[in-house]
Design a protein around this ligand. Sequence first.
Ligand SMILES: [Zn+2]
Ligand SMILES: [Zn+2]
Length: 258
Amino acid sequence: MSPLASTFQAIFTKIISVALPTSCIVCETFQNKTLCSACVQGITYQGLFNYECCKQCNIALDSTELIHQHCRQCEIEPPNYDETHCLDCYTGALQTALHQLKYQKRLTFAHGLANTWNQFLGDQLQYTDASYLLPVPLSTQKLCSRGFNQSWELARRIQCGPHITKLPNALRRHHHRQHQASGNRDMRSRAIQGMFYIEEKYRPTIENQTIIVFDDVMTSGATLNEIAGVLKDNGASRVINWVLLRTPRPAQLRAQHV
Ligand SMILES: [Zn+2]
Ligand SMILES: [Zn+2]
């Protein structure tokens, strides 16, 4: 977006926020911000960023893993990606808002969720040393049935440094009939092998570059691991995941910051 267009968008957004009050995306309190102050406070104190997490996959560490700063899974079988940053747990305050976007097709929630990302992680991540940001794609068939790619609708609205170019069409996905949301880690890994590819004209672009991959949800990490493998096979030097919500391990013992 050009600086002029971005200035106009900022002015327009300001006018709209005053003229048309909205409701909080978490508690639905009527006001003029997308996240009310009580919910900001809730995420501030309960968000995933309050916990010591694995540097590579951002799962909250248990007490025996703290010393290594990596979870056991990443120690035993290091994933293809190098870092992961998540806003919050999937089981936290933002899950319903994400479902409103993804399953009820309420695109306004993309704006609210991206604002929340910017509020909590925008400053911290804007200096990330990367050149490109790629959303996790949907297959053409899935895109037609949903009407939009939720990862791109979030990614296009999040702030990142001006040195990072967002490329919505560089990474592509084949259609696969098998449903992705079930099965264990190995089953999911096998199911997505060969599912992603880089559009040919973008192959020289990503060579020797650090790439950010943006996804709405990270569960087993199998999808992001497969994508990072494809990016590195095509010459990317580092891959960093930015993820809205992270599924926690079951019955997890987490070590909170003090
Ligand atoms: Zn609220
Ligand atoms: Zn890990």
